[in-house]
Design a binder for this molecule. Structure first.
Ligand SMILES: [Fe+2]
Length: 302
């Protein structure tokens, strides 16, 4: 069984003075952020690279590399010092901004990269309590003051339903001795974890009916997003949000769009390669698995 801390955990604290200094550097940025991986989100997710393969901050499509500093990092001494102090074996480091009301769809990462031990670390710089990462049935507030581990070979999504942009420093790191040692001490404060309720059949039926109504008026994107967003509010089994979109297009007799979303499900969740990747995922402290609370809501057959 896969423990929650294999998927997400807190690795090490970040002191407040460092966080304030990095935050000030980020707030003073005047660069134009790049919009990448657009099919994986609803708009409003943008990045800038600090360590990458070209030194150009707007090169933000990640790949395996032995990275160099970008011209942006050279102008961020506190951020640069933090990365150096953490001392990981970096593959890529980015700033990622998630605008208010934006959300990433349920997905897996790393499918295009080499099969080597690698983890994604998050350092929240500017965030709010209405921003979260969703994993399985859980919504997790990635609270400031820590380096967080996210193992993105497991399905996950991100959202920001707060009023201000959420900005994280995202460190893709090769697993080395230093990171392995931190993984042995990883923890997860359960006060940051919220269990999502299971939806009722009536709630799902209503959502599909309402989405179909939007689609009939030509608001296809709004219809699709209304169903895909359910992953952020309910405990849905892997890929079920995509199946709801397919079900909605089924009800409209729209076979091409139905087929497209079933293809998207396979692509975004990397279903052809996911099982093998999860089996070789670096493991942390298995003793700290969080036991899910019993839901009193009757589970809809998904
Ligand atoms: Fe991701």
């Amino acid at each position: 069984m896969i423990s929650l801390t294999q998927q997400v955990s807190q690795l090490t604290p970040i002191d407040d003075a460092t966080l304030q200094a990095v935050r000030a550097e980020v707030r003073s940025l005047e660069e134009s952020w790049t919009n990448v991986y657009s099919e994986y989100h609803t708009g409003g997710w943008q990045t800038l690279s600090l360590l990458n393969n070209t030194s150009e901050p707007t090169d933000t499509v990640i790949t395996d590399c032995d990275p160099v500093e970008t011209s942006l990092l050279a102008r961020m001494p506190h951020t640069r010092a933090l990365l150096k102090r953490l001392g990981f074996t970096y593959m890529w480091v980015r700033l990622a901004k998630l605008e208010p009301n934006a959300f990433m769809l349920e997905h897996r990462d790393y499918k295009e990269l080499k099969r080597v031990g690698r983890l994604r670390l998050h350092i929240p710089i500017i965030t709010n309590a209405a921003a979260a990462i969703v994993i399985e049935r859980l919504k997790i507030f990635i609270a400031p003051g820590y380096v967080w581990k996210l193992n993105p070979v497991f399905p996950h999504a991100a959202n920001n339903f707060g009023a201000e942009p959420r900005i994280h420093l995202i460190l893709d790191c090769y697993v080395d001795e230093r990171l392995t040692a931190m993984l042995r001490e990883e923890t997860l404060d359960e006060s940051f974890v919220q269990y999502l309720p299971s939806p009722t059949r009536a709630e799902l039926d209503r959502a599909v009916t309402e989405a179909a109504r939007l689609a009939r008026f030509g608001d296809f994107e709004m219809a699709e997003h209304s169903l895909l967003k359910l992953f952020h509010f309910y405990h849905l089994k892997e890929g079920f949000a995509y199946e709801l979109v397919a079900r909605m297009y089924d009800s409209l007799g729209d076979c091409p769009r139905r087929g497209q979303w079933m293809e998207n499900k396979t692509k975004f969740l990397c279903l052809e390669t996911a099982a093998a990747a999860a089996a070789t995922a670096p493991t942390g402290n298995l003793r700290l698995a969080v036991v899910p609370a019993q839901s009193s809501v009757k589970e809809f057959s998904q």
